[in-house]
Design a protein around this ligand. Sequence first.
Ligand SMILES: [Zn+2]
Length: 381
Amino acid sequence: MENKQDASKPLMSIGWIIATDERDKAVLSTYRQAHHYLQQTLEGQFPQFQWEMPFICDRRHTQYGALEPLPLLEFGVQEKLSHHWDYALVLVSNELVPRYRPTTFGVPSSALEVAIMSSARLDPQQQSEQLAALALHMFGHVWGLEHADSGPMAVPEEAASLCITPFSPEQQVEIVDRLEEVADARLEEQSHRLGHFAFYWRTFWADPRGIVEDVWGYAPWKMPLHMERLTAAAAVSILVLLLAAEAWEVGVNVSTINLLLGVGVATIGATLFLFFGQHLGDIARHVGWREQLVRTRIVVFSTLLFGMGALWGMLFLISFITTLYIPQFVLSGWVDVPIDTFTLLRYAAFLATVGVIAGALGGNLEEEDQIKATLFYDEET
Ligand SMILES: [Zn+2]
C-alpha cells in the first residue's frame, strides 16, 4: 500500500479508540466509516504527512449512562503513550457529562493531545460524516486553531451543522507548522538517559515558543475567575486584613526587598502546593517518561504559575483601590508611618501576597476535577 515516497514523509499517528461496549454491527461500521472519512480528509489536506490511524475497540464502558470526560481524557493519554501515538481520539456512544454547558458533543485537550467525543447527540442518518467533521473540529483545537465563521472551526451549535469541510489555507499553514514541530520533537526523543531536571530543561528548550503559545492559549489570567473557592478564600482573607490594625502595623513595616521576595515565594509556593496537592502531575505517570508528557507538565505548571500571578495582580488592584477608601485619620491611628500612596501600594502588595497563600490553601479544597477541567479542557464542544 505504501510506496517509497510515503515512507520518506513524516509519520503522524492518531489512535482512534472506541471505549463503549458497542456490539451493534451497524454502529461499528458507522464508526469505521467516520474513521475512514477522517483519514481521507487529513490525507487530502495534509499530503506532506503519512497518516496512520489505528482503530481499536476497548469496550470498557457499557452503553448505559453518561460518562465523565476527565477519566476518558486520562484514559486517552495512557493509550496514546503506551502505543506511542501522537494523538488519541476516544469515541463513546454514551452521552458526556457537561461541566459548563447544557450538553456537549466532545472535549478536545491540546494540553494532553487527546480528544474525546460522543456520538449520542448526532443524527443517526448522517452519523459517520458528522463524527468525522466533529473530529476535525476537535483536532483543530488540539492543533491550536481558534474558532472561525466557517469551515471545520465553525462552532457546531447543533449536529446538523456538522459537515466535512476543508481547513482554510491559513489554518492549514498553522496546522502544518504544529505537526512539523511534533514530528521533529519525536525524532529528538530517541535515547535519553538524562536526570529529571535535565530532561525537563531539554524538553522546554526543544520548543519554547510552542510551550509559551500553549500556556497563552489557556488564558491563565482568567484562572482566578474559574477557580471560585480559591479566589473566595483569597478575597476573604484580604477583607479581614484590610480592617485589622495589627495587620496594617505589620504590613507597612515590611521592607520592600522582603515584600518582593514574599511575592516570589508565595506565587511559586502556591503553584507547587496546588500542582502537587491536586495531583496535576500524575497523569499517566505509570507509563513513564515521555517528552510529550513532560511537555504537558511544563505547560500545566506554567499555566498555574501565571494563574497565581494573575491572582496576585487582581488582589493587588482590589486591595489598593479599597485602601483609598479608608479614611486617613483611621489609618494614622493604626500605624505610625506617614500614609502616602507608596505606603498604600506596599500594603496592597502585602495583602495580595497573603491572599495568594490563603487562596492556595483554599484552592486545595477546590474539587480536584474542577481544576483539572480548567487546565485540560480546551472547551466543551
Ligand atoms: Zn470549538
